[in-house]
Design a protein around this ligand. Structure first.
Ligand code: FES
Ligand code: FES
Length: 158
């Protein structure tokens, strides 16, 4: 079968890859580009573990065809820290112990970043509603929400 030649931007770098028509962006990120931070929890758009930004919009990478990424800007968890410097959300997640595993956490962080870019001063209800699509089965959501609201407060103050 013919493959698509895709040129896209991932975390600020121009990237080229070949993909099958039915391959998802998540598959290509993980299997071909070794960007394994985005996780596959369900492959059906239900868990949020594969969350990435596509042209500034939060999407499930398991529901996006890799070929659709052509000419667009993709942001993944690998691009969230600035070199050795963690993003404020990553730092607050550590301080609040708002995570246990590596399956849900990357998606939660990407979704939380998208929230704060859209709404720098979310209420607790807004934060909970926004993150409702990111499922965590072990740590509960309270610490996550506290970390997000604490980050928002810090970022507004700086
Ligand atoms: S793996 Fe994409 S939403 Fe679950
Ligand atoms: S911390 Fe990842 S599923 Fe709960």
């Amino acid at each position: 079968m013919n493959k698509y030649h895709v040129t896209t931007t991932i975390n600020g770098d121009e990237v080229e890859f070949l993909c099958e028509p039915e391959q998802t962006l998540l598959d290509v990120l993980r299997d071909d580009l070794q960007l394994t931070g985005s996780k596959e929890g369900c492959a059906s758009g239900d868990c949020g573990a594969c969350s990435v930004m596509l042209d500034g919009r939060l999407v499930c990478a398991c529901l996006v065809l890799a070929a659709e990424a052509g000419g667009r800007e993709v942001e993944t968890i690998e691009g969230m820290a600035d070199g050795e410097e963690l993003h404020p959300l990553q730092q607050k997640f550590l301080e609040h112990a708002a995570l246990q595993c590596g399956i849900c956490t990357p998606g939660v962080l990407i979704a939380a970043k998208a929230l704060l870019e859209k709404n720098p001063d979310p209420t607790e209800t807004e934060a909970r509603y926004w993150l409702a699509g990111n499922l965590c089965r072990c740590t509960g959501y309270d610490k996550i929400i506290r970390a997000v609201l604490d980050t928002a407060a810090d970022m507004r103050g700086s």
